[in-house]
Design a protein around this ligand. Structure first.
Ligand code: AMP
Length: 213
């Protein structure tokens, strides 16, 4: 089962992607997480990606495609995967399609988690992340047990640079310009399904499961 999660930054696609990965026992692959792990460990890839991420811009396709293709070629991806945050541009989607085609494979579903911009801005300003273990929280919706501290590993929680208000607005502009065209791309291939991302986490997940089952 190969699934792509589409939706604006902050639409909740990451949370849903993790839930899908767990239910269907496939890896959850987030290009954003891969970049953040590289930034944390100070690799050259991380340093390059950070310059774009901090400004709310997309990391160049060439770099992003390379790390994604390396990841999906790994053994644990044999039975499928959930892609979270990739593709984000038409050229990325085209390369993915072409590479899968060579292997006689294809994406089964592209799930669009649809949320209006106003809701996104409200949601993202409340997000907090643990840079040590990658756990994410929301001051209003998923607060940690102790304010500012990660439940899982006890590290400090931070507002990611790319979740800051001005960066969020920039990221939404980038989303509408570069990522939203993927809705038409996957509609044309007859694999796009849209779920209402303003519903509760459980209801969004139930809608997704109804599609996948
Ligand atoms: P995310 O955690 O998916 O919201 O991604 C955080 C940031 O990483 C994005 O704002 C981009 O700068 C970068 N990024 C993640 N995935 C991609 C992608 N597929 N293409 C280009 N940039 C990406």
């Amino acid at each position: 089962m190969k699934i792509i999660m589409l939706g604006a930054p902050g639409a909740g696609k990451g949370t849903q992607a993790k839930m899908i990965a767990e239910k269907y026992s496939v890896p959850h692959i987030s290009t954003g997480d891969i970049f953040r792990a590289n930034i944390k460990s100070g690799t050259a890839l991380g340093m390059e990606a950070k310059q774009y991420m901090d400004q709310g811009m997309l990391v160049p396709d060439e770099l992003t495609v390379r790390i994604l293709l390396d990841r999906v070629a790994q053994e644990d991806c044999k039975a499928g995967y959930v892609l979270d945050g990739f593709p984000r541009t038409i050229p990325q989607a085209e390369v993915l399609e072409k590479e899968l085609h060579k292997l006689g494979e294809k994406i089964d579903w592209a799930i669009d988690v649809d949320v209006p911009d106003e809701n996104i801005i409200r949601r993202m300003s409340g997000r907090r992340a643990c840079l040590s273990c990658g756990a994410t929280y929301h001051m209003e919706y998923i607060p940690p047990k102790k304010e500012g501290v990660c439940d899982t590993c006890g590290s400090d929680l931070v507002l990611r640079d790319d979740d800051k208000a001005e960066t969020v607005k920039k990221r939404l502009d980038v989303y509408h310009e570069q990522t939203q065209p993927l809705i038409d791309f996957y509609t044309d291939r007859n694999i796009l399904r849209t779920v209402d991302g303003t519903l509760s986490m459980e209801d969004v997940f139930a809608a997704i499961v109804a599609i996948l089952d």
